[in-house]
Ligand binder design. Sequence first.
Ligand SMILES: [Zn+2]
Ligand SMILES: [Zn+2]
Length: 391
Amino acid sequence: MTQSPLDRARLYQDELAAIRQDIHAHPELGLQEHRTSDLVARKLEEWGIEVHRNVGQTGVVGVLRNGNGQASVGLRADMDALPILEATGLPYASQTPGLMHACGHDGHTTMLLGAAKYLAETRNFNGTVNFIFQPAEEGLGGALEMLKDGLFARFPCDAVFGLHNYPGLPIGRFATSPGARFAGGAFFDITITGKGSHGARPQEGIDPVIVACHLGTALQSIVSRNISAQDTAVLSITRIQSGDAYNVIPQHAVLAGTVRTMKSEVMATIEQNMKRLAASIATGFGAEAIVDFRILFAPTVNDEQQALAYADAAASVAGEENLRRDAPPAMASEDFGFMMQAVPGAHVLLGNGGSAAVHNHQYDFNDEAIPYGVALYAAITEKKLPKPTLD
Ligand SMILES: [Zn+2]
Ligand SMILES: [Zn+2]
């Protein structure tokens, strides 16, 4: 009987857990993953995989070919850490105060390395596997950096597959669904310029504070009045800044916040309406408003067919009873959405057991989850790039 991907992945456990803890002890911020990407490149080279460094600044791509198949897949993991002071007290805790692997990207990187080792050793596939180690997932644009650097032109992929660990989901379980998985996200700053004056003589100035108050209220009509009730959207104003004194009408006021949507076209509608309201309300009061609207994340949308294949691969690893195929989407965001806009793909959540939530200073990736991630990446590759059957 042939060895299952999970059984084989378990044989790598000591080696992979050591790599994971080494990466954990040496966290690096987005686009500064020099040590991490060097470690990744060296491991891939050690296992005989063709390595391309500096794809999208600190990104790394490994290429492994087998047989004569023309089909290809991309397997993706992220490498960056967060600016958080670690409070786990673990022996392998961050050695860089103020930086921490609090989102488990140390685990994601390790699992993709494990899959690379597995596939390089077993070669039970026909075609090309591209191992995509992306920098800067945490809002610093790592996926876009790789795309701008020609990721899919240089390393063509028929489909791409990613995953993220999920605290609260038991180890050995997976969750996914076809369609929207994570929201797209934008940040905005609206700068209102009036005319400063004495607080006791408002008729001599143009008050940007009163414009900000009207605009703040008006912006809350966008989701309720301009967006279909069938669509999901959040618009939050999280910062209002203006003025320094009791008796001075300031020159400027700034409104800032975030928008989340499940569809790119809904994001575009919100941006358009925000700009119209800001300009017209400011003009109505004799002031001026400039909107800086920055889309940081595309919605992460699973392709129906690829999601089904990925779910079947997860079921083959962990059993159908340990897979949720109808997991609800979340309003959080994933940089992987940009890659899945370029190439059809799918994203799966992997159980991280009872750890603290991601982005918490007590969080730690659970090493017991490593074999499941390795086996999932291996299983989807063997499923998408099957070897010709011998008669
Ligand atoms: Zn994160
Ligand atoms: Zn993350």
